[in-house]
Design a binder for this molecule. Structure first.
Ligand SMILES: [Zn+2]
Ligand SMILES: [Zn+2]
Length: 202
């Protein structure tokens, strides 16, 4: 049984400030886990394809999805599609079971009219927005029924291709730093160089 209060506390620490979007991501992530009957990822048992982007309101949503699902950038089992939409697909790698979870359009448009977002629009940093504004919003989000704010859709199974983790390294002959070999490049004099030293773009 996942303790959503604990994840919320931990999520706020990880995220850095209190806001409504991060807890929405927690709720959505927990809902996706429960639909797939999956546990939070310890390693790469799950993947998230996130439809959020960058530089738009409510992008904090994704930190909540990461906190809930255990899909993180460090483990490389989350990817952003940059559709600038409040949605993601959670995939169970072994079975290919997939569920797409999105904020309901009406709910999200309403949320964008909240006093929190008004203050953000006016240039107030999230950490400077008073607790009496943000706390009730978070409390409400944590107690909503999932059907009130989430659209959930099971997608046809599709087992994702998995790459084996790479362990092999070498030193760049120019800067001396260690890089994993798939990003080392061979220079015209046959020496190995890391990507930034090599002058190649990729
Ligand atoms: Zn936030
Ligand atoms: Zn180098």
């Amino acid at each position: 049984m996942i303790d959503s209060k604990k994840i919320l506390e931990w999520g706020i620490q990880f995220h850095g400030h209190k806001c409504p979007a991060m807890p929405l991501g927690i709720r959505a992530g927990l809902e996706a886990l429960s639909i797939l009957n999956a546990d939070r990822a310890k390693n790469k048992e799950l993947q998230v394809l996130a439809e959020t982007g960058k530089g738009h309101a409510a992008g904090c949503f994704l930190d909540g999805v990461m906190a809930a699902t255990g899909c993180t950038y460090g483990k490389s089992n989350i990817e952003k599609l940059y559709y600038n939409k409040m949605a993601f697909t959670l995939i169970e790698v072994a079975t290919g079971h997939r569920v797409r979870v999105a904020l309901k359009s009406d709910f999200f448009e309403d949320a964008l009219r909240s006093p929190f977002v008004q203050q953000r629009k006016a240039g107030v940093e999230p950490q400077d927005i008073p607790a009496e504004v943000v706390d009730p919003l978070i409390e409400r989000i944590m107690s909503l029924d999932a059907q009130q704010f989430l659209d959930v859709k099971l997608l046809p199974d599709e087992v994702p291709a998995m790459k084996k983790g790479l362990f092999e390294t070498a030193r760049c002959t120019i800067c001396g730093e260690v890089a994993f070999v798939d990003k080392l490049r061979v220079l015209p004099d046959k020496q190995l160089a890391c990507l930034p030293c090599s002058g190649y773009n990729q």
